[in-house]
Design a protein around this ligand. Sequence first.
Ligand code: FE2
Length: 180
Amino acid sequence: MPKINIGLTEQQRQGVIDLLNKDLADAYVLLVKTKKYHWDVVGPQFRTLHQLWEEHYEKLTENIDALAERIRALGGYPVGTLEGFLQMATLKEHAGQVPTATEMVANLVQDHEQVIRNFREHVDQSGEEFHDQGTADFLTGLMEEHEEMAWMLRSFIEGQALDPSNKPSAASDTQTPVGV
Ligand SMILES: [Fe+2]
């Protein structure tokens, strides 16, 4: 295997590869959660949310590819199994639940905010601990995209409780429990 000589030690490259794999895992979990809500959503906001989540999962798909390919460019291998993604991700799945549209939005706001906090930490670590300004810059760009997606979602529920366990009183949609 040819040696990679880009001004980073093997330890520095491994450090950012690990960070990138964590972000990849979370992006994958968020992709699946966004798709599930795109499929399940009902109510007066159906069309808007269905379309918004399609745009979001398309963006997430591009970002996932970019994360995995950056890992390869640094000489590493991306995690590529669902089991691996679930083990590494900080986001949690909500299996067996079909929340109201408002709760779906609130769940995704929380997930995007978690991802943004992770990116912020990883940007600092990439630049300061591992001296990889390229990865720091790359992750900053992804963080900004999540900030925009979180804003779009937050705007739907502005003025309502963000805690998904608090059913907002203004919700006009219904909750259908199914054993999925
Ligand atoms: Fe679709």
